[in-house]
Ligand binder design. Structure first.
Ligand code: FAD
Length: 290
């Protein structure tokens, strides 16, 4: 099923995200995680793709496991900046063979490793989107950044590029995580001004350990609201309390989004079905699992 069809429905939809294993020896375990996550009946499940090799090897296998073994629509991520066209086309072919029709088309972070020379065949996600479109009837998603992409000179420059990306053939967008819903609501006004009208799935990250927060800030430059900072300051050295508070905070964000008319939320579940399960238990009358 195409994700665009799900996103045009008025029903509340909750999707979740997994990352693939690095090694073949970890594949059986990873498939078990897919099964546990699928038992929660998310509306779709996405599977990431490591821009610099590492975790890209098994993305197609995992998408196949999600969709063809566990019967949940799969969204396969695909990055381009560190790949050749040949490699990208081969992944698209494999996805097509397995009837995976949803791709999240990404540039990927530009690798800084000296031992990783860039092929320089793609510069931006919009080029990948045009390429995927030319190769089949895929439903294509793109990433967007309610606080601006960290490399962009300004939010407005980033929005101009987002408009180009949508015009290249994006059927929907998924946001980078944010910890203050007003950031998402303000972003929605800004994209409307740019005439961007595709569905925008709100990305929510449950922060369940204090180590995650430093990594998040360094990678994405996210703004941490005082209410969330107070939670981290109070519970950083109590893992069980931090986990509980992080799940409650993410759940509250999701309820507020849905209450304000956002029908589709993507949870960055990071291979933790227990965390996804607790959030969905709190939403049992709001998100009706099928
Ligand atoms: P782009 O849309 O290409 O934008 C990158 C930068 O270039 C922005 O600053 C933009 O303003 C600028 N830009 C775009 N077009 C132009 C242009 N024509 N001219 C000049 N500047 C331009 N990374 C992974 O490695 N694997 C994953 O699976 C993965 N999944 C993700 C899922 C989501 C929902 C999100 C939000 C991010 C994900 N990422 C993933 C991270 C992502 O790859 C990085 O944030 C990356 O730096 C940007 O990717 P993009 O597709 O948004 O790039």
């Amino acid at each position: 099923m195409k994700i665009s069809e799900l996103l045009h429905s008025q029903d509340v939809g909750i999707s979740c995200e997994l990352f693939p294993p690095k090694l073949g020896s970890q594949l059986a375990n990873a498939k078990e995680v897919v099964k546990e996550m699928a038992e929660l009946s998310p509306s779709y499940m996405s599977i990431t793709y490591g821009a610099t090799g590492g975790t890209s090897e098994y993305t197609v296998d995992m998408a196949n496991e999600i969709q063809n073994v566990n019967h949940i629509p799969a969204l396969a991520h695909l990055t381009c900046v560190s790949s050749t066209r040949e490699k990208v086309h081969s992944v698209i072919r494999q996805l097509k063979e397995k009837q995976i029709e949803n791709i999240l088309a990404l540039r990927g972070d530009v690798p800084v490793r000296a031992d990783f020379p860039l092929p320089n065949q793609y510069r931006y996600a919009c080029e990948l989107i045009a390429d995927i479109k030319s190769q089949g009837d895929f439903c294509i998603g793109g990433a967007c950044y309610p606080e601006g992409h960290p490399e962009a000179a300004s939010m407005y420059e980033d929005l101009d590029h987002l408009k180009e990306k949508v015009d290249a053939g994006c059927d929907f967008l998924t946001t980078q995580m944010f910890f203050d819903n007003n950031i998402y609501y303000n972003f929605m006004y800004k994209i409307l001004q740019k005439n961007i009208h595709v569905p925008v799935v709100a990305g929510i990250m449950p922060v369940t350990n204090s180590g995650q927060i430093k990594k998040i800030i360094s990678l994405s430059g996210n703004m941490i609201p005082p209410r969330f900072k107070a939670i981290v300051d109070r519970f950083w050295d109590n893992p069980a309390a931090m986990r509980q508070a992080g799940i409650a905070y993410a759940t509250e964000q999701i309820i507020d989004l849905i209450a304000n008319g956002v029908n589709h939320v993507h949870i960055y579940t990071m291979n933790k079905p227990d965390v996804a399960g607790e959030i969905l238990d709190h939403l049992s009358e709001i998100y009706i699992r099928r």
